[in-house]
Design a protein around this ligand. Sequence first.
Ligand SMILES: Cc1cc2nc3c(=O)[nH]c(=O)nc-3n(C[C@H](O)[C@H](O)[C@H](O)COP(=O)(O)O)c2cc1C
Ligand code: SF4
Ligand code: FES
Length: 579
Amino acid sequence: MELRLGADRATDAERAAVDAIVAPAGPVVAATGERFTRGGPHRAHERRHLLLPALQALQQEAGWISPGAINHVAEVLGVPPAEAYGVATFYDLFATEPQPETVVRVCDDIACRLRGTTAIDGALAAEGLGAAARHHSPCLGLCDHGGAALVQRAGAQVRSIAAPAATPPVVEAGAAGPRLLARVGRVDPASLDEYRAQGGYRALARAIEMGPDAVIEAVFASGLRGRGGAAFPTGAKWRAVADEHGRPRHVVANADESEPGTFKDRVLMEGDPFALVESLTIAGLAVGARQGWIYIRGEYPVARSRLEAAIASAREAGLLGADVAGSGAAFDIELRIGAGAYICGEETALFNSMEGFRGEPRSKPPFPTTHGLFGEPTVVNNVETLLNVPAIVLDGADAYRAAGTVESPGTRLFCLSGHVARPGLYEHALGVTVRAVIERAGGVADGRALQAVLLGGAAGTFVGPDDLDVELSFEGTRAAGVALGSGVVMLFDDRVDLHDTLTRLARFFRDESCGQCVPCRVGTQRVVEWLASPGAEHAVLDDLMAVMTDASICGLGQTATSALRSARTAGLALPRRRP
Ligand SMILES: Cc1cc2nc3c(=O)[nH]c(=O)nc-3n(C[C@H](O)[C@H](O)[C@H](O)COP(=O)(O)O)c2cc1C
Ligand code: SF4
Ligand code: FES
């Protein structure tokens, strides 16, 4: 491969930052007769997957990624510099121009803009950041607070700041009792001993007794479906990967959680990080993977450091490594940190991102179960999906099915935000109505009238106050033509200008489109323009929406107009027309 290096050279500090990521190719897991290097047993010769962590280290060290640093990382990893530059420029949290020493990214997304910036301005001023350079940011996954910001400072890890809300965020279970949230707020997230004392790691022991086939069978029989948006049966996915005998396999926890209004996975990972480590280990042993990965968005520094600590403790205790909990099987987990790109939550974009390419989705088929990470069979599951597994293994499929509906067994996490009396994360049995979810959270804040509810996220649907009896199950939402998505339930009272909300959503998709295919790249921009033109014809919007939905490569373009379409259908927010 020809490398065209420019004249720019890395500084000593930049070299050291890259070398700290790239150099230690020592064994992570040493199973008998085998040496594992970072990224699994067969990656010794192939180091491009270290590009994202190396760029991360550079950004953190210097506050930007210089041409000399790109040349160095390209040379060390054997990647053409133009490609390394292409990857660096793909991500919002990376800068390829010099930056002020401190940059603050203030969320101006749909939930936070309902509250204005007073609270976050105050929180930033209190931290001495009032005068720091500011950028707007899409949702930071802190929508249950009174405002949110992310602080990037050269030489330090990113830091998130949540402004105090009028009502502190709630973590609460509904009538079915807590399952996923059972330990959140009740266990020390840093303590493996406490996790074990509260039932942790019993499921892994049981899974080892049962053996892989029985575990997959139980997950299949439980009817568990993916909580990341696509609702695919988890057992079927696991079975397909387990059947790929003789090929290296992977399990990936998708913790990219960037759908505006969504913060459930953050709360789970911050409050109960060992649960994700244990669940992913069960998945790995069940499908015969030796390598697990957690891809977490870069905007979640607290969850990241708790997971890092949990993985290290589990390794030390022999719950990860060459002989997991005495099972004779090898399995380890690596954390990968995203860098500000919503599209990287799409599973194939996530693989590209992890492999050191731009986070652009791949065409499907082939599907991840046969051609996933590094082209190898891969299970990718959402964090919440995985956290259902320990209870299924321990109590069996029938007990799991005791909550929820026949088609949608189990419980679901709902992220309540916007004009709701008690914002926070609520666990309910699937099949609960929108009305019950809102009532549990105290109804509309300040006793105002409800104008609309956004269900499922930015790619979701608006419903009006007359549609609150919709059942939140996979079949209930399908029948009603609304989205369950990532469990967003965002309330808008009668004072909100929904046209402003729709415009922010449209800008979000325009900014986050990877630009790979024309219907999405051009269409998302045209929607922004359409919303800004008071006299625009509805027929034009209809054509745009049809082309984007039908012809986009991936879910981003296909669902980018879903909320707008639903708002128009429900007569909620017709764009202003020229008088
Ligand atoms: C644009 C886009 C963004 C996505 N973001 C996420 C995400 O942040 N987290 C997630 O779990 N799934 C996300 N998904 C869905 C994943 O592609 C995939 O279906 C999911 O991780 C599979 O896990 P599950 O079966 O457990 O739901 C996204 C999909 C699209 C199209
Ligand atoms: S639909 Fe949008 S995000 Fe998806 S591949 Fe096409 S341009 Fe990229
Ligand atoms: S953190 Fe601001 S909208 Fe989610």
